[in-house]
Design a protein around this ligand. Sequence first.
Ligand SMILES: [Zn+2]
Length: 325
Amino acid sequence: MTDPRIVPERPELGPRPHLGYTASAIDRAADRRNDDAALAKFLQDDRAGGYVVGGELVVMKLRGEDIDPLFSPAEAAALGGGRETIFLGLAGEAPRFGFGFGLDPASIDQLKARNDLKITDLRSIAVQGLVDTAHLPPLAEAKALIGWHARHRFCPNCGTPTRVVQGGWRRDCPSCKAEHFPRTDPVVIMLAIAGERCVLGRSPRFAPTMWSALAGFAEPGETIEEAVRREVLEEAGIRCGKVTYAMSQPWPFPSSLMIGCHAQALSDHIVIDRSEIEDARWFSRDELALMLGRRHPGGLTTPPPVAIAHHLIRSFVEDGCHVLD
Ligand SMILES: [Zn+2]
């Protein structure tokens, strides 16, 4: 029994890190998407720059140690394999684009062999801090949209090839006239909390020391709160009551929106669904503080600050069950 007179000390974790892919400085200028003349002029603008994305890979310019993810439209075209050009918006006055590439493995190997290019996946770019964090939100925007185009070349209504309109923000079917819009898939990610403890789980895909928040797709016909309660019950057998929203994060793998929540656990006994997760257990705030600070005696870790789970855990470590207020 914890002595109620002892108030746990708020651990000193330093300034809160930035949450990856958030706080975009891009003005999406949606009113220009329908203006083909304006878009053509933007592509001719000396300040125009775009991100080159093909599947999971991002192509960037390498100059010595410096990595620059922005290509001029002409530089992007010179790489070959160009598909969609998507208008992302304006960075100040500078037009920003996503250049979708359909590169075959041989072409990718050829580009990878060049010493003036760096080609890697967006997760690595974010976790390793390869580019200025200001590039991460438009890279996420570009990757999610380009991925959507790659998977929606045909009308789901009648099967006819669709065409890109609205600067890449819609695909229209010339046959049945259906209009198709880019999709975002909501994912709930949450900590179930009881007093000074919360539940974390492990996926077999994780690094062996890492534990994270439980998560899952919200299903059709379900509120965020219902999705949180269902996922925690399915994966860990814990019933939850009150659910509070904490923060959200675009997660373009391929097109998710992570909705971060805290939930009040109403039961204690964990029953793990091994088809979903490898393990789950309760963690105290003290143990979580050691994990966040990379000082855990058993070497256990949380996800890095680029991921929303890090921030949900940190909020709980700092504010305790007040996250449920
Ligand atoms: Zn159609």
